[in-house]
Each structure stands twice: as C-alpha cells, then as structure tokens.
Design a protein around this ligand. Structure first.
Ligand code: BGC
Length: 739
C-alpha cells in the first residue's frame, strides 16, 4: 500500500511530504488519499496551538507535573498513567503525536531546561520515559523522544558542538534513548539542535541511522527539532525524515534539485516518505476523541505531583497535624502565585491552577492560617514585606515558607549562572529566624532544577522539594505537609553544596562554539562519588514519614547475570512507600569506572510492620562498559560490588560477586603490543618464546626480570630495536596473526 502510494508521487510531492505544512501539521495530499496529522508539545501536557500561525496561544489542557517532578516519583506505573491521560487530551484535541518525553541527561544543574528532563542517570531517565511513551502510545497517540542527542544545555543550543567521547556517549548520553527505542518503540524521535562532535545532530548519519536504526531497530520517523535543519539534503541522507516547521519551499526545492542532478539517491527520499506515510497510517488508526473529565485529570495531576515531592529534611516538624488553636504562618511569594511549570515550548495553558495557600487552609480546617508574602517573587528584599512576614511568623506555632525560583531564573533558551535562590528569600528566612528563633520553619521549594540549600539551611527545620509540580501542585504540597500523602519522591539529581563541586562545571557551557564533556562518564553522582565529594543531598535521597529497614541481601548467579533479593520492612507506624535502589560498582583493568551506578530500582508500598522480599535481575549490561577499542559493550572479568539501599549514599547492604558472563579480555597482539601485554597472553608468550629462539637464538630476555619489569611497557617492536635484536615490527605483526 505504502509502496503503491509512493510510486504514484512525483519527486516534488515526495519532498513536500518530508516537511510540514505549517508549524504543527504534516502535509496533506488529498488527491493521493494522504491526510495531514497534527503534532503538539509536550512533554508534561498538551500545548495545542489555537491558530497554526501562532506558536504560543494554546487551548486549555491539564498541566501535569514537569519531568523534574515526574522523575522524582521513581514510579514508572504512575508515569504511564500520566502518558495515558495526556493521550486522552491529545485525542480529544485531534493531536496525533505529542512532542515528548525529553530524556537528555542533567549534566549540569545550570541547564535552563532541566525541568523538562528526568534525571542525571540514564537508566532512571530511560525507565520513566519508556513508561510515558507506553502510556501515550498504548492509547493510540504517538510520542516524540527528544532531543537526540547530547542537548544538555541551552547556551548556544542551535549551534554548539557537544564534544563527547564515544564511551561517554554510549554509557551516559545514549542509553535512555536506547532503552525507550528498544522497549517502547516511539513513533518518532526528535533530533537535537546542537552539533555532536562537530556535526549537526540533524545531519548525523552515525546517530540517526547507524545507531538509532541499524543498531537499535528504530522504525519510526526522525523529525527535526523546530528549525534544526541547516542542509535539507544532508539531513535526508543522514536519516532525518521530517523537517519541522517547513522551510517554505526552500528545502523542497533543494531536494528536488538534488534528485535531479543525482546527488541525492531517490531511494533515500522514498524511504523517508515511506516512514512519514507509516506515521500517518498509525495516526489514522487512533481511537475516537474521548470526552475529558477535567476534574479527574486534575486529581491525577495532584496525585503525581505529591508523589514527586522529595522531603529532603525533617527535624520532627512534619507532618502538620490539624488541631484547634494551631497557628500556621505562611510566608513566601509562591504561596499565592504558584510556580508550577517552566517557560518555553512546554508551557501549557492549564485548565485550572491550585493556589497553595488556599489548599493548605482547606487541608487544615481547624487551624488558623495567616499569610504574608515576605518578599516579591522576583526582586530585591523589601523591608516592609519582611517586617509583615516576621510579625506573622512570631505569632505562629509553625511557619511554611513557599520559596523557589521565579520564571525568569530558568527557561528554555538560556542557562542559569548560579544555583542559589533569589537573595530576598534567604534574607527573609534569616529575618524570621532572628525574630522568632523557636518557631520551626518548613521551606517548600518550587524550582525546575537544583538549588543549593546550604546558605540558609540553618534557618529551617524541614525542606520540601516540590520541583515544578504542575497545575495541581498546590494541593499536592498540602497533601504532603499534612501527611495525607506520605512523601515518596526521591532525588533524580544530586543537590550539590556548591556549583564548583559539580563535575561538569569547569567546562559548562563551553567556549568558542564547543562544549567539552571533559568529565566523561563521571556525570552527577558518578562524579561526586569518584571524587568522594560531600553533597547537599545525594542522588536517590528522600525521606518518608515512616522508616524502612533493609535486610537479607542475597545475590545468586543466574545465567549471564545475577539475581538480587532483599527484604524491606516498614518499621514505623505509618504506611509508606520506599524506593529500593540497586547500584553496581565494577572493577576494571582497562577503564575508569564510576564507584557505583544505578542498575535497577523498585518502588514498593508497605503498611506499618509489613515486610516484603523484592527481587531484581541484573543482566550483562549492568556490568559492562563500552570499549572504544572494540566499539561494543564489554563485560570484563573481575569483581563487582552490588549495593542496595535507599539512596546512592546510603547503601546498608553490599556484597561482592565475581562478574558473571565475563569474557577474558584479549589485547590484540602485534608489533605495537607491549612486552607486558605479550607476556600476559598465554598463547602469545608461548609463540613469542618460540619465535625469539628461532629468530635471535634465545628467549632469555623474557626471563630477565630487569628487562621484563623495567621495559615491560615498551611496544615489543620498539624493545627489539632498543635491544638491537634486528627484528622489524612487521615480523611481530605476522607472528600475532599466526597465533
Ligand atoms: C523545542 C522542542 C519543541 C519544539 C516545538 C523547540 O524549540 O526544542 O522541544 O518540541 O520547539 O515547540
């Protein structure tokens, strides 16, 4: 069918199909029975523009928690529900493809778009993104996995070259994409704006074709990020099927000309057309538009936002118990002007927005709640505002301070330069602490990426990190503050003590058009752990109102992997959920390995006193590294430490195992292999002995400790020259071939 349709099209029509009709639609060719399909942002709610010529005005839709909050849920099942709920709205609004999720790794807390990304860890990001894609596509709406690849900053995002080595790309920046593509099979993948090692992602054949399609089996459409195409013909050749938005005929003309003069093989164009038509067919099979229950969607948004809230610290002040006479002082600008989503292409026009103060009042019906902003959302300290807030605080039993970053601090299009709250907020906390030292303060944070807490922590008794929790975030905070919901969010990004401690900081955001990923695989907690550096709050951390105990770790061989079993008990008096995290640290003779890496996790609910055995299976990839000499995953022999616990820095149970399924490493021998490498290879050393006896009359140098120890690092051919053996390098190469 697709083939017949393609053979009916002339080159101009084919070229037209490979770019949009407008900002949000593909081209329709009614005379060929090909309808247009609509796409819309993404990723945490629908942004269906009202008028195709205007990128910004959009129809109301539920604003779900941003990816920063979704990531903190560590709950793929819940994220799947979000995907399915967004899909319902997409179907209702006639949208075939939602432009998300984003799985770029949070390389630096400064990235202005971190709120749209899930994690600093690729396994974690991949799991949650795959769930979102499943939720969308299981309901008949396509996903667009973005931004492929190495789009980890906003500074100069349209041009900058991410200079990232092969191993780092494979171990850190690609696995989330790989996992989603191979398990959830997204209908589309969106290429990034930036260059990767000098080549625009939109023209990157290795990324778009060799890795994405040939290795991972991607069978969908590669769409450009909006305006990411610079050379349409080169992009087509690299594997980019659909250019969005259309370049008003310029690209089409270039494609037609390239086919005419033979510089573009028409078969390449046909293949892109076939993929676009498959996408159109997938969209045509969508179920009918449902009726949306906005209240139910809002309720889901609230449940998810609550589960994404991370209780960083709690000095016995939370949860708040409602009672007559309880005096709650509410300060902070975001109590009445909630910050719940980020700025840029992901900005949803919400169906309604919870006001945090109102929600807290409703959740504490017997208490007296009074509010004074204390400072503006974005601006300098104001003495009058501070005085009013201090007066409220001094007359309270507990203060809840709604703080965070204003819209201007972080956005798509630019990066932050620091990780502090606006100065007026710590100043407000200090003033309250000075005037009312006995009143505990709960800091509630709304921000899209990490802010450091160190400079003001001494003024507060609890810190509740809510991220940008979507339109129902205000209600969700009330749920957690009052204990209606037990906090079960865990950090998906390290909260550093100082920006300078972050492994990527010296190289971020690059210079002269390049950003060097010099920290290599030591991104996020991998780098903090490798440097044994103190952090504010570690990756994986988050408190509950109950307590959990870990016991009975058992690791047993299982084919090419291992089975890990552990018992978790709820040792407190309340029901709660724990995120059980499994980390692996493998030794390596060849490469630097991070001390530990997240290899699996599970979120489990336990009633008070309940305990459960939780099992995991770790396959070969849990132990592998990417070898740049062999261009493949390699499992090295050695030992691995398997550690289980509630955060990357709290791992009460650990055990060492022999790495399963390892294949002994064979260093390729030859003239440039060192004497030590020859000696380490039993077949190699035997052959070398025979050769030396034949060729120079003796193999004694191999047994001369001084030579083999001191000169063992010499390539064998250089050693032969050095010792004047008179053997050319080529003879060692030949010898190696014969082994
Ligand atoms: C963003 C994408 C978004 C697209 C369409 C681009 O600027 O990078 O994430 O999907 O615009 O709005």
């Amino acid at each position: 069918m697709t083939d017949r349709r393609i053979s009916d099209l002339d080159v101009a029509a084919k070229a037209a199909l490979c770019s949009g009709a407008d900002l949000w639609h593909t081209v329709a060719l009614p005379e060929h029975g090909i309808p247009a399909i609509a796409v819309a942002d993404g990723p945490h709610g629908l942004r269906r523009t009202v008028d195709s010529s205007d990128a910004f005005e959009s129809a109301p839709a539920t604003c779900f928690p941003t990816a920063a909050a979704l990531g903190s849920t560590w709950d793929p099942e819940l994220v799947r529900e979000v995907g399915a709920a967004i899909a319902q709205e997409a179907l209702a609004q006639g949208v075939a493809v939602v432009l998300g999720p984003g799985v770029n790794i949070k390389r630096s807390p400064l990235c202005g778009r971190n709120f749209e990304y899930l994690s600093e860890d690729p396994l974690h990001a991949g799991r949650l993104a795959a769930a979102l894609v499943d939720g969308l596509q299981g309901s008949g709406v396509g996903a667009s996995l973005k931004h492929f690849a190495a789009n980890n900053q906003e500074t100069d995002r349209h041009r900058v070259s991410a200079e990232v080595d092969e191993r780092t790309l494979r171990e850190i920046y690609l696995p989330a994409f790989e996992h989603v593509v191979t398990t959830a099979r997204p209908w589309t993948v969106m290429c990034a704006y930036n260059r990767v090692n000098g080549t625009y992602a939109s023209e990157h054949h290795e990324l778009l074709t060799e890795i994405l399609r040939d290795e991972w089996g991607f069978d969908g459409v590669v769409v450009s990020d909006w305006g990411a195409v610079h050379d349409r013909v080169a992009a087509l050749r690299a594997g980019l099927d659909l250019e969005m938005p259309p370049n008003r005929g310029v690209s089409d003309a270039a494609v037609v000309a390239a086919v005419a003069d033979g510089t573009l093989d028409e078969a390449v164009l046909d293949q892109a057309v076939a993929r676009v038509l498959t996408l159109v067919d997938r969209a045509a099979a969508a179920p009918p538009a449902p009726v949306i229950d906005e209240d139910a969607q809002h309720a889901l948004a609230r449940r998810v936002a609550a589960d994404g809230i991370v209780l960083l610290r709690n000095d016995d002040v939370l949860p708040l118990t409602d009672r007559p006479g309880l005096r709650v002082g509410v300060v902070g600008p975001f109590a009445t002007q909630p910050r719940y989503q980020g700025v840029g292409s992901s900005k949803v026009n919400p169906t309604k927005v919870d006001v945090p103060l109102d929600e807290l009042v409703a959740a504490l019906p017997q208490a007296t709640v009074r509010h004074a902003a204390g400072c503006p959302a974005d601006g300098e300290p104001d003495a009058e505002l501070v005085a009013a807030a201090v007066a409220v605080a001094a007359d309270s039993d507990v203060v809840v301070a709604y703080l965070g970053l204003p819209d201007t601090a972080e956005a798509e299009g630019y990066d932050r330069t620091h990780i502090d709250l606006p100065a007026a907020q710590p100043a407000l906390l200090a003033a309250i602490a000075a005037a009312a030292p006995d009143v505990p303060v709960v800091a509630v944070l709304a921000n899209g990426s990490a802010v450091r807490t160190g400079p003001w922590e001494q003024h507060v008794a609890a810190i509740v990190e809510c991220w940008l929790g979507g339109q129902a975030g205000g209600g969700a905070v009330a749920d957690v503050l009052t204990g209606a919901v037990d906090p079960s969010g865990r950090l998906a990004e390290t909260i550093p003590l100082r920006l300078e401690d972050v492994p990527s900081t010296p190289m971020f955001p690059g210079e002269e058009g390049r950003v060097r990923y010099g920290e290599g695989v030591l991104v996020g907690y991998r780098g903090f752990d490798a440097a044994d550096r103190e952090v504010g709050y570690p990756f994986g951390h988050g408190l509950s109102y109950t307590t959990f105990a870990y016991s009975d770790l058992a690791v047993t061989p299982d084919g090419d992997g291992v089975r890990v079993a552990v018992t978790i008990a709820n040792t407190g008096a309340r029901a709660g959920r724990e995120v059980v995290q499994v980390y692996v640290g493998s030794t390596s003779a060849v490469v630097v390995r991070p001390p530990r890496e997240l290899r699996d996790f599970a979120k489990i609910a336990l009633a008070p006193g309940e305990s459960r055995r939780v099992e995991f299976r770790l396959g070969p990839r849990a132990f592998a590294h990417w070898s740049v000499s062999q261009h493949r995953w390699v499992v090295e022999p050695g030992t691995a430490v398997i550690a289980v616990g509630p955060s990357s820095r709290d791992l009460p149970l650990q055990t060492s195992v022999a790495v399963p399924g390892a294949t002994p490493l064979r260093v390729p021998l030859g003239g440039s292999a060192t004497l030590r490498e020859w000696m380490a290879d039993p077949a190699g050393v035997a052959a070398l002995r025979r050769f030396l006896v034949d060729r120079v009359g003796s193999d004694a140098i191999l047994d001369d400790g001084r030579i083999s120890y001191g000169l063992g690092g010499f390539p064998i051919s250089a050693l032969a020259a050095f010792l004047g053996l008179g053997v050319p390098a080529a003879e060692f190469d030949k010898l190696a071939l014969d082994i």
